[in-house]
Design a protein around this ligand. Structure first.
Ligand code: ZN
Length: 248
């Protein structure tokens, strides 16, 4: 804003130099847009992509659910392995599957905010529409579990500079990831496991999908065929899967 004001003042004072002012504004916009297109960048505000003080833990996170077919089976696998996770739920899906969202929390996991409608144009929304996408989901998810989410993950990880003030007023912090399975786009479960485990270390934040997941060759949601080898690998490495921390 300050740069835009300075550019305008510059143009008013020296109209001949308008190209410099316009160039500065365009460059500023390009930098802000570029920062928003990098899911793990911190240029637009705080952004968690690794755990601090992880001990022997990695964070397991699942996006785009809840899904009535996939989510309950993910919950069973986590129970069996004695591990916990954070579920970044889409508000509209949570409204349709409120009991399932409650079940996620009841079984010891955390439910976090992944916007109301997971719009592809999320990063291009104006301030009011953006606030609506965040706040409506926040209210629905708090209703389902009895505790409001503390983390927000932007749809596709893309965001604009307008997001940070909305998150602050909702008491939310931005979370991204350090490794992702790409199980929303690729049906190759071997590749998904490799993406998550090659060089895996304590503190990593793993991103998988219990909603919108791709199917493997047998038609199974990739996350369900990728989880057993992933959980085995965690156990063999002495790593524990846990949710993102709730306290600041
Ligand atoms: Zn998503």
């Amino acid at each position: 804003m300050a740069l835009h004001a300075a550019a305008l003042a510059g143009v008013l004072a020296r109209p001949r130099h308008w190209r410099w002012a316009a160039g500065a504004v365009v460059l500023d916009q390009a930098l802000l847009t570029g920062a928003g297109m990098l899911p793990r960048s911190r240029w637009l505000g705080p952004n968690l992509s690794r755990l601090e003080d992880p001990g022997r833990a990695v964070a397991l996170t699942f996006d785009d659910g809840p899904d009535p077919e996939v989510t309950p089976r993910v919950l069973d696998m986590l129970d069996e392995a004695g591990m916990r996770a954070s579920f970044f739920c889409i508000g509209a899906r949570a409204r349709a599957q409120a009991a399932l969202v409650g079940e996620i929390a009841r079984r010891g996991h955390t439910v976090e905010n992944h916007s109301m409608n997971h719009l592809y144009r999320f990063a291009a929304l104006g301030p009011r529409a953006l606030a609506r996408e965040v706040m409506t989901a926040q209210a629905i998810l708090a209703d389902c579990t009895g505790a409001p989410p503390v983390w927000f993950r932007a749809p596709m990880g893309l965001r604009s500079p307008l997001l940070q003030p909305v998150l602050e007023s909702a008491g939310l912090r931005l979370a991204s990831w350090s490794r992702r399975a790409l199980d929303g786009v690729s049906g190759d479960q071997g590749a998904a496991v490799r993406r998550l485990t090659r060089g895996l270390a304590a503190g990593d934040v793993l991103l998988m999908h219990d909603g919108n997941c791709a199917r493997d060759r047998e038609g199974r949601p990739v996350v369900l065929s990728a989880m057993p080898p992933l959980l085995l690998r965690l156990r063999q490495s002495g790593l524990l899967g846990r949710a993102l921390p709730r306290a600041a």
